[in-house]
Ligand binder design. Structure first.
Ligand code: ADP
Ligand code: ASP
Ligand code: MG
Length: 452
């Protein structure tokens, strides 16, 4: 195991000169941190996704390009050494310009990945220079040399054996000499095409890189001092959790807690790498440790919210007392590579939600070809404008808790309830307009009472 830590800084932690300087201080204050994984500056990926979706109006494209130039050049204007990094950023902005023009004629997932990767490619040039200005021995490294993925553009799968070998060969020797600043979110396939891991993927990148170099620790620096009992933006009385288990934190991430990309904890868990989550704005506030074993495992740990859910209900009266219905449904879904998230079934119907965290954003669609195949079998109903609320905890089969939960939610319309597959969660699908109120009410009744 390497004796060093990997530290990841999210978009708000590198949003401007002050934020980048605070992040550099965090790295400086811990001599064990040798590898820095950075997101794009806040807002940049959203602009790039807009361009990648194809904007016909050249003036509108130019406006976005100007905004991108502003974000980066205003940070550069505060650097001591500006010339080298200015040229690098200008070259990347030129690439953005030509890719955005190409996307306005015809977009593709491959082109989108090439374009959106430019955010991280730019932020890391600036962050490395800012660190050198402060006298830190920092170099920028292009992670596409190490983070090998398949070619599933927009949601690429990391190739773990390749990453481990490449990290050993290319990254580890650098970490012994320098503070290496590299990109989150992006990778490359075997042919050298740029790929991405899906929105919010920098957390996952950092964990994969930590696994690759067998780091001693992984630090996720963001804009809140740790993982809270729910999103503090939704419930201001949410409390920071000092210590949480991998399974609880994974459930939170899976069920939409934006603080961590859903796959982040898999590599850390595989290699037993402890993970710390803290705020680069207020590092002195401490944060949350995610560990294999924790002292305290409360019945209710947290509430998570995931927006943009699509529910598909497949119903067929013909299937009453017939066998093979579910098998046929899943055969069709598997054939078209439609990934299913939650599911509830009865003898003649099945309701499921579609899974998606790729670069394009928005609610996942049921592809028309899948719909028509399913319609040969049964009636198909697709509903959008739904959100998923998950209550995360421990030993949730405990007697009596269902009464607490359901009496709390008596006034809300629960569209689908999933419980039992894991004793760490209970989740509900609710109308999007009610979702925040449901989270607030659950949090208030289960986490804000004196007995908790
Ligand atoms: P970064 O850009 O650093 O990756 P994100 O915006 O992706 O940051 O994630 C941090 C945000 O996650 C917080 O600002 C907060 O609003 C949100 N969040 C959602 N659930 C939680 C939670 N349980 N605890 C803390 N933050 C949460
Ligand atoms: N920049 C990417 C995004 O905004 C990845 C990340 O920040 O984690 O989704
Ligand atoms: Mg994030």
């Amino acid at each position: 195991m390497s004796a060093f830590n990997v530290a990841k800084f999210g978009g708000t932690s590198v949003a401007n000169f002050e934020a980048m300087s605070r992040s550099a201080s965090v790295v400086e204050s811990n001599p064990e941190t040798k590898l820095v994984v950075s997101s794009a500056c806040a807002g940049v990926t959203n602009f790039l996704v807009e361009l990648a979706n194809g904007i016909k109006d050249a003036d509108h494209r130019q406006e976005i390009l100007n905004q991108l130039a502003n974000i980066h050049f205003s940070i550069i204007s505060e650097l001591k050494e500006q010339e080298g990094v200015k040229k690098e950023i200008q070259a990347i902005l030129n690439t953005v310009n030509s890719l955005a023009e190409a996307a306005s004629f015809q977009s593709s997932n491959q082109l989108t990945d090439h374009l959106v990767a430019c955010g991280e490619l730019m932020s890391t040039h600036i962050l490395a220079q800012l660190m050198r200005d402060r006298g830190m021995n920092a170099i920028r490294f292009d992670i596409r040399e190490v983070l090998r993925t398949d070619d599933n553009f927009g949601r690429a799968e990391p190739q773990l054996d390749d990453i481990a070998a490449l990290a050993k060969e290319k990254l580890e020797p650098l970490c012994n000499k320098y503070i290496v600043v590299t990109q989150g979110f992006i990778g490359s396939d075997e042919q050298g095409n740029t790929t991405t891991l899906g929105r919010g993927g920098s957390d996952y990148s950092a964990a994969l890189i930590a696994e690759g170099v067998q780091a001693a620790g992984l630090e996720i620096w963001t804009d809140v001092p740790g993982i809270y009992t729910t999103d503090p933006r939704i419930a201001p009385k949410a409390k920071a959790i000092t210590e949480i288990s991998f399974s609880e934190a994974s459930e939170m991430a899976n069920f939409g807690a934006k603080i961590l990309h859903p796959s982040t904890l898999l590599p850390a868990l595989r290699h037993g790498i402890p993970v710390f989550v803290g705020s680069s704005r207020e590092p002195e506030q401490g944060g949350t440790w995610i560990r294999k074993r924790v002292e305290n495992s409360p019945l209710y740990r947290a509430v998570a919210l995931r927006a943009n859910q699509t529910m598909v209900t497949i119903r067929s009266a013909k299937m009453f007392q017939a066998y093979g219905f579910l098998a046929k449904v899943f055969e069709i879904l598997a054939k078209h590579k439609v990934s299913v998230d939650l599911i509830t079934t009865s003898e003649i119907s099945v309701s499921l939600t579609l899974d998606k965290t790729d670069t394009s954003g928005g609610a996942p669609e049921l592809p028309p070809a899948v719909r028509s195949e399913l319609e040969e079998l049964a009636n198909v109903d697709v509903e959008r404008n739904l959100s998923l609320v998950a209550l995360i905890g421990n030993q949730m089969e405990t007697k009596g808790y269902a009464k607490d939960v359901f009496s709390t939610l008596g006034d809300y319309h629960l569209r689908m309830i999933c419980y039992g597959a894991s004793d760490h969660n209970l989740c509900f699908l609710v109308d999007a307009e009610e979702a925040k109120a449901v989270v607030q009410k659950l949090h208030q009744d289960l986490f804000e009472t004196d007995s908790e």
